[in-house]
Ligand binder design. Sequence first.
Ligand code: NAD
Length: 364
Amino acid sequence: MNNMFKLAVLPGDGIGPEVMRQALKILNKIKKYLNKKIIINTYQVGGTAINTFGNALPEETLHGCEESDAILFGSIGGPEWDYLPLEKRPEQGSLLKLRKHFNLFANLRPAYIYDNLYSLSPLKNIIIRKGFDVVCVRELTGGIYFGEPKGVQYQPNNTYAFDTEIYYEYEIERIAKIAFNLAVKRKKKICSIDKANVLYTSVLWRRVINKISQMYDEVTLQHMYIDNAVMQLMKNPSQFDVILCPNLFGDIISDQCAMITGSIGNLPSASLNNKNFGLYEPAGGSAPNIAGKNIANPIAQILSLSMLIEYSLQNSVVAQKINNAIIQTLAQGYRTKDLVNQNTQLLNIVTTEEMGTLITQNII
Ligand code: NAD
């Protein structure tokens, strides 16, 4: 049995390297609990790679990722590279390429509100205090973002543009299985989002999800139209557990879930393929407005590591150790600046480095 686990670390731009350092502190502490030897290789990606290699995803980085068992990704992009054509910018030039190259079709975005962070949520206390703990499972490589044909036809007084929403049965089946397997380990509830009253792709989506649900007797399946889902998330977010979405609806719903928790700095994500290979990254971006100031929240990056340990290393016990250390650190009153508002009192505001160290110390 291969006892080595090769990890490609891609810190990227902006706050990426600062928060990645904190995740690596945690990894250093917990590696003794893992039953594999972790080999870490760090590669350049995004704007920093453009500056060094003239390419957001240099050959060496792509090759390093291919040789690895998982990718821990920081964040990329920033105004410095906005002058470049879209396909050469950090986002399209590296992250989208990686998703496509590794066929990362399943995007998992957990959104969770910690007990002592209720005041950060824009929702009323009476609503958010019922709790919010969901995973949005978004189909990431199909649907209207990739469907062909798409384009613009320029013609005098009658210019038009078009996109194609297309889903194959196998694409719906494989994302459904990911969502159902996840639901089995959680509250055994799935809400599948579509627009089956209008779109043919949604009719097929619903039919295939119903078929897959027959393999999972213990999971309760509900279907909801996207327009109702955005309302229900505002009105009664505690009713949801796993939310399963096609690409476009998942893009919208996952950001709405992020906002309900109050801070993008706490939210991780995983993008997986069918060979158990994953790219793990914070839900937010490179935050150029706070980069280099040692004030960014490292929790999203640390939770991305925790997801990597859970899904790629399949060790939920060690992942839970990290999650517990975060809960403990927040319960002790430590906060990075983004977790503080006018309603929070008696807190210790800490730097990125301090938060990383405190969470590391709280791992038992
Ligand atoms: P952003 O997520 O970087 O920042 C939005 C706001 O959230 C900012 O106020 C920022 O300070 C704050 N924020 C984000 N992460 C934080 C953290 N960990 N701690 C504290 N505050 C945090 O989004 P943006 O400003 O729209 O984009 C900035 C750059 O990031 C752009 O170049 C964009 O294209 C890129 N981007 C990259 C990714 C990615 O790497 N996956 C995702 C989104 C945006």
